[in-house]
Design a protein around this ligand. Structure first.
Ligand code: HEC
Length: 174
């Protein structure tokens, strides 16, 4: 009985404490104030495990061809490069003000399978600047982007530049 009372009292204190922190505005939402390191670890693990689990439902598209990568380059130039950079291309300066900061894309292919990258681009990531592109790009177009991202791990700046000039309207090369 005393144990149950103790547990209940602890839960009530935690709930009231959480309520006070939220409603007094004591929680700092500024992107310039980093999370507490254990919070980063938990959020990062939750993101990775969630993507790994949900991407199991993605039907793999098979081998991704160079022709697809060439088409993906167009979308990548319009929709991704200013946040994520590319071989020989820095992201836009302001992307360093996002929290979490978008990872540099050539570092990404070794972390995720094709299906996982497809899932992330289609669905986006909650509470981050990573948009869901599923409403604007077809599945085929997203696979084209995955084909390009998959090749970025060991792509030289010259090989990236050889994909051509960015299409009109895309951010200029830096
Ligand atoms: C406005 C900025 C922004 C744009 C535009 C954007 N992303 Fe992201 N992206 C992010 C951020 C921020 C993260 C990190 C999310 C996190 O860690 O929770 C991310 C994460 C990712 C990841 C997971 C990488 C990792 O290991 O965390 C992939 C893959 C990705 N983006 C691909 C793309 C592609 C492909 C495009 C274009 C179709 C794109 N992103 C456009 C901001 C952006």
């Amino acid at each position: 009985m005393r144990f149950i009372l103790g547990v209940t009292a602890t839960l009530v204190v935690l709930a009231v404490g959480g309520f006070i922190v939220v409603f007094t505005g004591a929680f700092d939402v500024a992107a310039t104030t980093p999370h507490w390191p254990p919070t980063i670890s938990v959020l990062d693990a939750a993101m990775r495990r969630s993507v790994q689990r949900q991407a199991q439902a993605v039907v793999p598209a098979g081998a991704l061809t160079e022709e697809q990568a060439r088409r993906g380059y167009r979308h990548y130039s319009e929709a991704c490069v200013y946040c994520h950079g590319a071989p020989g291309r820095d992201p836009a300066d302001w992307s360093g003000g996002l929290y979490p900061e978008p990872p540099y894309m050539p570092d990404v292919p070794k972390l995720w399978s094709d299906a996982q990258i497809f899932w992330i681009v289609r669905h986006g990531i909650k509470m981050s600047a990573m948009p869901a592109f599923g409403a604007h790009l077809s599945d085929a177009e997203i696979w084209d982007i995955v084909a390009l991202v998959r090749r970025m791990g060991d792509m030289t700046p010259e090989a990236y530049a050889a994909y051509g000039n960015p299409p009109a309207g895309a951010p200029a090369p830096r």
